[in-house]
Design a protein around this ligand. Sequence first.
Ligand code: SF4
Ligand code: SF4
Length: 91
Amino acid sequence: MDATTTGDWALPTIDADRCSRCGACYVHCPTRAVAFDDDGMPVIVRPADCAYCGICEDLCPEGAVSLVYEVVPCHAPHRSGPTGPASGTCR
Ligand code: SF4
Ligand code: SF4
């Protein structure tokens, strides 16, 4: 894959020159977003299901997977609670 996004989704990139086709990203993807193309290359076949969790990047023995965006958790207060509606939002 060359693109890091498909439509509205940020996606992992996989370097075809580094990939050994070991299948670890496929086996361990928690959302089953990965499958193989006809050449045995892993591909994000269900981009909407990719949680951008980084497991494939962490487990790839060849360093072939890259997630170029950093995921920053949102810590805005809940929208409602004992003290009433919150004013913070995540963007
Ligand atoms: S884990 Fe890495 S080397 Fe193995 S198939 Fe996936 S991208 Fe290729
Ligand atoms: S980032 Fe997570 S959900 Fe997306 S393909 Fe990799 S392991 Fe699967």
